[in-house]
Write a protein that binds this ligand. Structure first.
Ligand SMILES: *Cc1c(COP(=O)(O)O)cnc(C)c1O
Length: 374
């Protein structure tokens, strides 16, 4: 099956002879045993739940993975994956990482060591390797600067024993499948494009290697940050329209990026879909699209503030990847915890605006941005 079909048919579920085409919400924490020491496939909902099974099978099918695990949030997925590592282990991570991941890595008290580098530069990754390096943690493309990492090039440059983890939230499995390029684990915030409607928090981790899957399965049920039956239902429902939404978001984003480029108050636009973007060729090689995230620098701080204050259709809010267009200034929200000199050095200034393109009519979005900056 092709990926757009898998969005709808990536799982099989029990319908109790009714033919229900949607997985029922199994709102049950426990399941009756069938005999002494015998059970159905389900024992207790922290371990497995039939509605969550549907979500996990769908994400595994979409990512081409042997197993998928559904978590109560993207951060729950990332935290659980990081339990694979022990005190003294060293991890090399993308420097332009999601703020919540940086906060988790910085505050952990498990004795893990992190080095942040521009993972778009394979030599920078190689140089950062230490005798205790165990993993490479990548986000590609990044937020908010849209830096791209060549996953296959990293795989080829580091020892086979290194576990490569990729946060694939931004492009979704419809547009990018990191396991195909040599990643070992893919994590997602299902809160974003996968559920797609800003109505659920969810997270996923998928893997192929049986040993990694077994460890993830143990950590998933032991830590217990697993996705509830109702949220599982919402994500399965959201994923059914993932392909349609991403296609529309792709075309909207290109139209908006092109329009922003011509606006006199916009200095520069970061969008990997411009052939002039330094990562255009890598993006074309490892992904089937450029996604719906872009960022741009305004002429003044006042223009950036006017945009956030005056938009009427677009919403000034955190988060991304939903049917609504969302706008924010990373320096004052998602990246507030990053020291100001580090932020400025990386270009995350108070004039940098991040835009998560929704599925509204593109002309309405453009007209809204235009009136907000007038
Ligand atoms: C939102 C996000 C996360 C965290 O996911 P939650 O569902 O909010 O816990 C992780 N990575 C990226 C890239 C994100 O955008």
């Amino acid at each position: 099956m092709k990926r757009d079909t898998l969005c709808i048919h990536g799982h099989k579920h029990e319908s109790y002879g009714t033919g229900a085409i949607t997985p029922p919400i199994f709102q049950s924490s426990t399941f009756a045993r069938v005999g002494v020491g015998e059970a159905t496939d389900h024992i207790y909902s922290r371990i497995q739940n039939p509605t969550r099974d549907a979500a996990e099978k769908t994400i595994a099918a979409l990512e081409g993975a042997n197993e998928g695990f559904a978590f109560s949030s993207g951060m729950a997925a990332i935290s659980t994956v990081m339990e694979l590592f022990a005190s003294g282990d060293h991890v090399i991570a993308t420097e332009d990482l999601y703020g919540g991941a940086i906060r988790l890595f910085t505050n952990q008290k498990h004795g893990l060591e992190f080095t942040y580098v521009d993972t778009g530069d394979v030599n920078a990754v190689k140089t950062a390797i230490k005798p205790n390096t165990k993993a490479i943690y990548l986000e590609t493309p990044t937020n908010p600067l849209i830096h791209v990492t060549d996953i296959a090039a990293i795989r080829a440059a580091v020892p086979k024993s290194f576990i490569i983890i990729v946060d694939n939230t931004f492009l979704t499995p419809y547009l990018q499948n990191p396991l195909e390029h040599g990643a070992d684990i893919v994590v997602h915030s299902g809160t974003k494009y996968l559920s797609g409607h800003s109505d659920a928090l969810a997270g996923f981790a998928v893997a192929n290697c049986p040993k990694i899957c077994e460890e993830l399965r143990t950590n998933h049920k032991s830590i217990g940050a697993c996705l509830s039956p109702f949220e599982s239902f919402l994500v399965v429902r959201g994923i059914k329209t993932l392909a349609l939404r991403m296609d529309r978001i792709e075309s909207n984003t290109l139209a908006i990026a092109n329009w922003l480029r011509t606006h006199p108050k916009i200095k520069s636009v970061n969008y990997a879909g411009f052939p002039s973007h330094p990562s255009y060729e890598i993006s074309k090689k490892q992904a089937r699209g450029f996604g719906g995230m872009l960022s741009f620098e305004t002429d003044t701080k006042e223009t950036a503030h006017a945009l956030l204050t005056n938009v009427k259709i677009v919403t000034y809010a955190e988060s991304l990847g939903c049917v609504n267009s969302l706008i924010t200034i990373p320096a004052t929200c998602t990246h507030e915890d990053v020291p100001i000199d580090v932020r400025n050095a990386r270009g995350i200034t108070d004039k940098l605006v991040r835009f998560s393109v929704g599925i509204e009519n593109p002309q309405d979005i453009i007209d809204d941005l235009a009136q907000a900056m007038a």
